[in-house]
Design a protein around this ligand. Structure first.
Ligand code: N01
Length: 534
């Protein structure tokens, strides 16, 4: 059955971006509807329920700042929030701001087509076995950066008789691995978090590692109430300091080179940052992601730590990455390396000899069969663009977005893509997104979009779209920023790394959050420079 409805704005996705977008749109009087494929809100935190799932940004900063009452009232329990706690927080926000009445759950947007005769978007939705079509003046893509899972197409997978799970689509009822043999593929953040927990439960765990990753301890712990009180006494101060940092996160950092100090001093500083833990380790020196020699000092330090933790020297060698630290996103670990000292954990190196095929009882590598009762794919995501390209989005002249982005995403500020009028992206490729603190990046973009829409209303303008020349210039800016960073030198999901056939384009803007914010503000101040308004 088809029903027709017209909205000022349709928001795709009810994660943190969709929730805040809805709140702002409704407060400004727009008629809006959010469509969410999941049966609950929370986006990536709704789906990623694998054992051990936590955020790698500290909880006091991984939260909304738009409401002082909200940030004062909410009590985060630990330094790094668990997935269930983050989901509870999202649900609290939805209830507190009465958002649910405009969110349609279990509703996957399958197509969004711009109708040039009406200057509106025709949006198709599949829900509960039926389809629905709505129209909207504005189409707001709040689809997240890490939402479309990457499931490698291993030969023989259909013959495998055990259960198959993906960390990014974990069963809501949980999985009991007690007494089971488990095989896990991948050693990124999701694997590093889930492996210690699964190993404790399972009879045996076999880890298939293609590329080792650097992990720095989380040192997670319950919050010290006095420290929380101190933050809350000046939350605005913390937010302002975070906003001024390239990463959008406030943490201690040094503004000198790793090569400018003596070996002894360098070690002392690394120990200090190691003991603080997490992603902030890379704040030890200011050139760790710029200079290979500087980076190697940090990489060597962490390798040494890994060797200290893992008793079997051969296994330790396999686990110690020989690459740039921080090139792939650094992992925040809790007992990951020590897990390999357990008698029920085996590491299988698939870097030289890839996984050949699944069989009915397991999988083979270099002709050897590894058997297990359940397979866990910790193989990551079709990051940053997968959630756009799986929707049939068509702009002017019927041009599919998939086609336009075939050689890599092209955007203006990560907010617009030329030829797709009135389509806004939140944390889209070409914006800092995953390289800033996500919720902060979301609030900045949503506020900017609202100002832009209000401006259009006041000026009697109905259509906004990026100029091709300005988009080209921004793509160049994004590429130039990436070229200056060691982050662009390895295969990672920032470049579509795990996805076969994907062009290698560094997708997020790495020039720093404050630089990006200033650019967006300048564009707005110059009557939306680079954008055609009609
Ligand atoms: O995914 P990944 P993830 N055969 O892409 C391997 C965020 N996150 O879900 O490196 C064998 O990092 C692949 O190997 P390789 C966070 O931003 C945050 O772990 O391509 N292996 C890699 O080891 C994070 O960075 C949190 O050689 C294959 C792994 O699968 C991002 O999400 C927690 C393979 C994928 O690692 C993604 O993390 C979790 C194949 N065919 C996630 N294909 C926190 O907040 C892929 N792999 C802490």
């Amino acid at each position: 059955m088809k029903s027709e409805q017209d909205f000022d704005a349709v928001v795709v996705g009810a994660g943190f971006a969709g929730l805040y977008m809805l709140h702002r749109l409704r407060s400004e009087g727009y008629k809006v509807r959010v469509f969410e494929a999941g049966d609950g809100i929370g986006g990536t935190w709704y789906w990623n329920r694998y054992p051990g799932a936590r955020c790698d940004i500290e909880s006091m900063q991984y939260s909304y700042q738009f409401s002082e009452e909200l940030q004062q009232d909410w009590e985060w329990q630990e330094k790094y929030a668990t997935q269930p706690e983050i989901l509870r927080y999202a649900e609290h926000v939805a209830d507190r701001f009465d958002l649910r009445r405009d969110i349609q759950l279990g509703s996957r947007v399958t197509a969004a087509v711009f109708d040039e005769s009406t200057a509106r978007w025709n949006i198709d939705i599949e829900s509960g076995g039926g389809s629905q079509q709505v129209t909207a003046k504005f189409c707001l893509m709040a689809v997240g950066c890490l939402s479309t899972t990457n499931k490698p197409d291993f030969a023989g997978l259909e013959e495998y008789r055990g259960a198959v799970y993906h960390t990014g689509e974990w069963p809501h009822e949980g999985v009991d691995f007690a007494g089971k043999r488990v095989g896990i593929i991948g050693t990124g953040s999701s694997a590093m978090q889930s492996i210690p927990v699964i190993a404790e439960q399972a009879a045996h765990l076999t880890v298939f590692q293609r590329t080792p990753n650097f992990g720095v301890p989380a040192w997670n712990a319950p919050h010290d109430p006095a420290a929380v009180r101190a933050v809350k006494a000046d939350y605005a101060g913390l937010r302002a300091r975070a906003k001024a940092r390239p990463t959008g996160v406030d943490f201690p950092f040094n503004e000198f080179s790793a090569l400018s100090v003596s070996d002894a001093k360098r070690r002392e500083i690394y120990e200090e940052f190691w003991n603080r833990g997490g992603l902030t380790f890379l704040g030890a020196f200011d050139d760790l992601l710029l200079d290979e020699a500087a980076n190697e000092t940090a990489a060597a330090f962490v390798r040494e730590k890994i060797r200290e933790k893992v008793t079997d020297a051969e296994v330790a060698e396999l686990l110690a990455p020989k690459t740039i630290i921080g090139c792939k996103r650094l992992c925040v670990d809790s007992g990951y390396y020590e897990t390999y000292n357990r008698p029920n954990v085996t590491l299988v190196d698939v870097s030289e000899t890839p996984i050949e095929a699944f069989t009915a009882t397991g999988l083979t590598v270099a002709g050897k069969l590894y058997e297990f009762d359940a397979a866990v794919f910790a193989t990551g995501f079709d990051a940053m663009i997968g959630s756009f390209t799986r929707i049939d989005i068509r702009g002017r002249g019927g041009l599919p977005l998939r086609e336009k982005w075939e050689a890599g995403p092209r955007t203006y500020l990560g907010l617009f893509t030329a030829g797709f009028p009135n389509l806004f992206m939140i944390t889209g490729p070409g914006s800092p997104s995953v390289l800033a603190s996500m919720i902060q990046a979301i609030e900045q973009q949503v506020d900017w979009i609202i100002d832009c829409m209000d401006y259009m209303g006041k000026e009697g303008l109905t259509v906004i779209e990026a100029e091709v020349a300005d988009e080209d210039a921004w793509v160049q800016t994004v590429n130039d920023a990436a070229a200056g960073s060691l982050r662009s030198t390895c295969s990672s999901w920032y470049l579509g790394g795990s996805i076969p056939g994907r062009p290698r384009v560094f997708m997020p803007y790495i020039g720093g959050f404050p630089v990006y914010v200033e650019k967006c503000d300048n564009v707005a101040a110059a009557a939306y420079e680079g954008l055609r308004l009609t």
